[in-house]
Design a protein around this ligand. Sequence first.
Ligand SMILES: [Zn+2]
Ligand SMILES: [Zn+2]
Ligand SMILES: [Zn+2]
Length: 388
Amino acid sequence: MENMDEVIHNIETILCSERPRLLCLCTRLAGDAHIAEDLVQETLLEAWKHLEGLREPEKISAWLSGIARNVYLRWARKQGRQQEQSLQLQTEADESLNVLEETLADDFDMEVELERKELAELLDRAMDLLPPETRASLLERYVRESSLSEVASLMGVNVHTASMRLKRGTLALRRVLTDEFKLETETYAPNENAEWTQLALWCHHCGQQRMLGKLDPVQGDLYLKCLTCCPRPNDYVSWNTGIKFLEGLKTFKPALSRLDKWASNYYRTALREGSVTCIDCDHPVPLNFGIPTETSSWVRQRNAIVIDLLCNHCGSRCHTCIDTLAFNLPEVQDFRRRYPRIRLLPPRQIEAEGVPALVATCESITSAARIEVVATRERFDVLNIYGG
Ligand SMILES: [Zn+2]
Ligand SMILES: [Zn+2]
Ligand SMILES: [Zn+2]
């Protein structure tokens, strides 16, 4: 819980620092910068109301993106409803049109007011717990969105004192959130509603289990899990959220094959060009190697070279062990068709044809068959393939 406390103490810094990234995401989703501003505002308010739902503070970016997508979907649905209703309206006679319009206007106002009212109530309850100057600082900072130094000068105190007041204030807010909003806190966990499905596909890392899959065609999410390789709740063989080209796909086969093709092309381009166009925001993402902290435990244990593509502009991130690119070679795909249960051994580092190289070995679980791919360590350019 220490981590969680830390995050809540620093809520003002974190939420502010996430703003540009969320703006980028919402602009992409809504296709309009002004609407995106509203969506981000709402996202940050939602996040603030549901802070207790953040179960893993180090995943705050993913958590916020999830909220932003929900906010966007709600907005999009409302747009759809409004368009539908205005289409219906056009077919009505003139006199009933006015009546209908008034009714609709009332409905929509009620919906907006309800959310404003919820927020206002929350603030009131929390504010009652606070000394007047702390309360004023919080209002200035979060409702009027003044900077920390602006708050300090308005209160006639130095930045340090202002920051202490805000911290005390957020602690008090947290007490209210914990007491009154416990029931709402589960809402924003990723894929809460989707179910794990048993797939025919064997785990290609260990060959011990058939994989479990989770697919969310609305969010564009696809998760794969193997119970042997992924002992921790947040370990995945593959974890993809908010992928545009997965939206609408309701079965695993087409989703997986699209994902494989896309991933191989994405990482190959990065290796070849030194950068690749971000899947979320179209800005260039530099090629980088290293293991991201939020990765699954099996990635860490494999002792492999990991390609880590982090977009500095929108925070979107993809990573993979470089030797798994072997799976997209036709020879290896053919091997896997003949031997569906294989395991990928940890890569061996050797020297081949005078350059540092890697050996990626797939071996059959049910027979002695194996295929070895020798490729350059730097870009995984294939030098040789043995066996198969
Ligand atoms: Zn496995
Ligand atoms: Zn961007
Ligand atoms: Zn990006």
